[in-house]
Design a protein around this ligand. Structure first.
Ligand SMILES: C[S@@+](CC[C@H](N)C(=O)[O-])C[C@H]1O[C@@H](n2cnc3c(N)ncnc32)[C@H](O)[C@@H]1O
Length: 194
């Protein structure tokens, strides 16, 4: 057993996220995860969605931790991380028919989120699916006081903070927001299709 990075939030939200992905990615084959973080979602989702090839990615400083999870869990359909920082590397064109990201849009700068939405909208093939999990505002409203406070703390730390669903929609002109799932802890899962 390697010493691995660990997120309690990932342990808490992985099952409800899987419940959505089971349907949303039912007919997908190759899924790219943007911002795999610790790697916990990657090993759990890929083990439970064996029809998928799951490609992890993140900034290089996260790769050791992701690889440690991959090595320990040895999930054959989960691939070693590729270097992907939105704004520095472009999303690969037409390689993936599904894209997943969790808890990235409020960490990224506004310009990076805009770029991510544009690029996802461009590189997914027709019928491609983008599952985007995290906290967002709707019509400028926070879903809870704790979300408003977290957003303020993110701005203080230099992160971009919460994005509104209307902004994301505007930045992804080729995508349709198919479903908005209300998830535990006041998070949302946005399921976009091309
Ligand atoms: C809060 S962590 C979430 C990690 C994991 N997805 C989860 O749900 O626990 C934010 C992740 O976004 C990634 N990230 C931040 N800016 C990024 C960018 N410009 N492009 C790609 N990933 C980025 C970070 O490296 C980090 O892995």
């Amino acid at each position: 057993m390697t010493d691995k990075p660990f997120s309690q939030a990932c342990e808490n939200n992985k099952r409800p996220i899987l419940d959505v992905l089971e349907h949303a990615f039912a007919t997908r084959k190759h899924v790219l995860e943007i911002g795999s973080g610790t790697g916990q979602h990657a090993v759990f989702m890929s083990a439970n969605l064996p029809h998928l090839i799951w490609q992890t990615s993140d900034q290089t400083e996260y790769h050791g931790g992701i690889q440690a999870w991959l090595d320990d869990e040895n999930v054959l359909n989960c691939k070693s991380p590729m270097t992907l920082k939105i704004g520095e590397q472009a999303l690969p064109d037409n390689l993936f028919d599904g894209i997943y990201t969790a808890n990235t849009a409020h960490i990224m700068q506004r310009e990076e989120v805009e770029l991510m939405m544009q690029q996802v909208s461009d590189v997914l093939p027709p019928c491609g699916v983008f599952c985007q999990y995290g906290p967002f505002t709707e019509d400028g409203e926070f879903s809870s006081q704790s979300n408003a406070e977290f957003h303020a703390s993110l701005l203080e730390r230099g992160c971009g903070g919460y994005r509104d669903i209307s902004e994301l929609t505007k930045w992804a002109p080729k995508l349709t927001l198919q479903n908005v799932y209300r998830m535990p802890a006041n998070n949302l899962m946005l399921v976009w299709t091309k």
